[in-house]
Design a protein around this ligand. Structure first.
Ligand code: MN3
Ligand code: FE
Length: 300
């Protein structure tokens, strides 16, 4: 860790190169300014309220469970992102930091969205912590805050790699994506909840940029140092059982599971998300940074 903040020798924007406005993080930032500016407070839940009360008790319980996992998950990622932003800023990566300003702002809006849904549709209810089962607690109460918090004292590439795998690959790439899949499957099976569907689609679109940044960051780190790849792979494998365990805990809570959701389908979905992400990063080992940047840009 740089114990003492050193003085600056200059600024990127005033060098000959200037800000790299065509870089991948800047392209993500351009997208974020267009697509990430929706207002959670403006989502109309009036159509959802009636449908909520038409659901059976067990269906409402399952949707409330899923919502409690998302709401707390969004609060968790909002609280835990800052040390990564700080680590990137310390390295003077201005383009990445510029993108990350939208990342944190979007996570904050997601917390607002789920809170708005809980207030407008669910109303007063029980303490939702009861839905936070052991695997959920392991990931969101322990592993995520620990992996991100460690960056404050140790912003090394190794710590960045473990933090980003935890945050972008497992929490966003595996859990959140599997979560949207179950939300949409559940809601569509019972006709629509228009406000929830509208907001979830917007949250999901923001998340796709977050994951794209995570893949970019991990690919850059792996391209810079091949020795980081085994650390990333180890971290993925360490956390996958808890991610799959969480899906198991949700399904164990119901017999039968409402909305016709099937465990095997969701476990397979989560595993395929995991494998896809892992392969993406693995391919960047041994590449040079220009190649990594070009490949990332090709997907924007
Ligand atoms: Mn989010
Ligand atoms: Fe996110």
């Amino acid at each position: 860790m740089a114990a003492v903040e050193s003085e600056r020798t200059g600024f990127k924007v005033t060098t000959k190169e200037r800000l790299d406005r065509e870089s991948f993080p800047m392209r993500l930032f351009q997208k974020a300014k267009k697509l990430g500016t929706w207002d959670p407070a403006g989502i109309d839940f009036s159509g959802d309220r009636a449908r909520w009360h038409e659901l059976s008790d067990v269906e409402r319980d399952a949707l409330l469970r899923l919502t409690s996992l998302f709401a707390a998950g969004e609060e968790s990622v909002t609280l835990d992102l800052l040390p990564l932003v700080q680590a990137i800023a310390r390295e003077g990566r201005i383009e990445e930091e510029i993108y990350l300003t939208s990342f944190l702002w979007e996570e904050a809006k997601h917390v607002e969205f789920f809170a708005h849904f809980l207030d407008e549709v669910v109303g007063e209810g029980p303490d939702l912590h009861t839905y936070h089962t052991p695997c959920y607690r392991k990931i969101f109460y322990e592993e995520l805050p620990r992996a991100m918090g460690r960056l404050a004292a140790d912003p090394s590439p190794e710590t960045q790699a473990r933090a980003s795998v935890t945050y972008n690959m497992i929490v966003e790439g595996v859990l959140a994506e599997t979560g949207y899949h179950s939300y949409f499957t559940a809601i569509e099976s019972r006709g629509s909840m228009p406000g929830l569907v509208e907001g979830l689609a917007l949250v999901k679109r923001d998340e796709s940029r977050h994951i794209a940044y995570g893949v970019y960051l991990l690919s850059r780190l792996a391209a810079e140092r091949a020795s980081l790849w085994p650390i990333m792979e180890e971290r993925m494998n360490e956390l996958l059982p808890h991610a799959l365990g969480l899906i198991g805990e949700i399904f164990e809570s119901y017999d039968p599971m409402p909305f016709g959701l099937a465990y095997d389908e969701f476990a397979a979905y989560a595993t395929s998300q995991f494998t896809k992400r892992l392969d993406r990063i693995r391919r960047s080992v041994g590449k040079n940074l220009d190649e990594v940047a070009r490949e990332a840009l090709a997907e924007v």
